[in-house]
Design a protein around this ligand. Structure first.
Ligand code: PDD
Length: 278
């Protein structure tokens, strides 16, 4: 399959980046994951707006307009081997002699894009729900940047794998932050609660979407700090991401969430999600 690298479409095996690329040396770059259904990108504008915010946040300047990004995503989807697909975009600061500071003369950023088949969440996950364990959030304080420096997230996901569960729920100073690569939602007394959109979480493109789905379903929605106790005593827990869509969480640290089954608020949001992507 073909990937995009610095303006050219090449075979995956032929796509080569220098070992001095600052993405490789320092994790000095950002990325984006845009889901597509039936070859149509879903919420592309929001994803590209976040891409531009990430670039700005780390001071990478590129001569790619919004229209250029859109064209890249659409060109990749034409090449996709499946109708449901994930478009991955990565931009690093480029190739330079190893020095932590930004190079005095900005190198040409490395722009990479690939498309992979999107295996949507299995019926089992949707109907039976996911298991989780809690862990302290030991990542840095700029989680709002969609950085390729993902060691903290990688170690968090591995913690889930080694615990034999599907995902982790991270807490910082006793308050909910997020999963290893997803946002976490709490339902209590019929209200959907999401953590504050600050520097401690990556605000998913599904954050605003869940808010919209909740309002459309007449379910009250609130963004605020959420204590560990509130998570433990939730009626329902859910997670969202481009790849997981919205899924119910039915256990935390070996204890059932609510009655241990996917709940009614999940079912309503799930129905709204399915309708929006149909
Ligand atoms: N991850 N929080 C983190 C840390 C994430 O990595 C992600 C997404 C999200 C959810 O964001 P969105 O709704 O825009 O997908 C929250 C992507 C899918 C990934 O790293 O592959």
């Amino acid at each position: 399959s073909l990937v995009y690298l610095n303006g050219e479409y090449v075979r995956l095996g032929d796509a080569k980046v220098s070992v001095l690329d600052r993405g490789f040396i320092f994790g000095d770059g950002i990325y984006e994951v845009v889901p597509a259904y039936g070859r149509k990108p879903f919420r592309m504008d929001s994803h590209l707006a976040r891409l531009e915010r990430s670039l700005k946040a780390i001071g990478i300047k590129l001569d790619m307009s919004r229209a250029d990004w859109e064209k890249l995503v659409r060109d990749m989807l034409v090449r996709a081997s499946s109708d449901d697909a994930m478009v991955y975009i990565q931009v690093t600061r480029g190739v330079a002699k190893r020095d932590h500071a930004f190079p005095a003369k900005a190198p040409k950023p490395t722009v990479f894009c690939m498309v992979s088949p999107f295996k949507r969440p299995a019926a089992a996950a949707r109907e039976q729900g996911l298991s989780t364990v809690s862990m302290p959030d030991v990542r840095w304080l700029h989680c709002e940047i969609k950085s390729v420096s993902l060691l903290g997230n990688v170690l968090a996901k591995q913690h889930a794998v080694e615990a034999g569960v599907d995902e982790v729920i991270q807490f910082r100073d006793g308050f909910l932050s997020e999963g290893s690569s997803c946002n976490i939602w709490v339902v209590k007394n019929g209200t959907v609660l999401g953590p504050v959109r600050d520097n401690l979480i990556l605000e998913g493109i599904r954050y605003g979407f869940i808010e919209e789905l909740a309002r459309a379903a007449g379910v009250p929605f609130e963004s605020r700090r959420i204590s560990r106790e509130e998570v433990e005593q939730a009626d329902e827990l859910m997670l969202t991401s481009a790849t997981k869509e919205v899924l119910p969480i039915v256990s935390l640290d070996g204890k059932p969430v609510g009655n241990g089954k996917p709940g009614p608020v999940y079912a309503r949001l799930r129905a709204g999600y399915d309708k929006a992507i149909a």
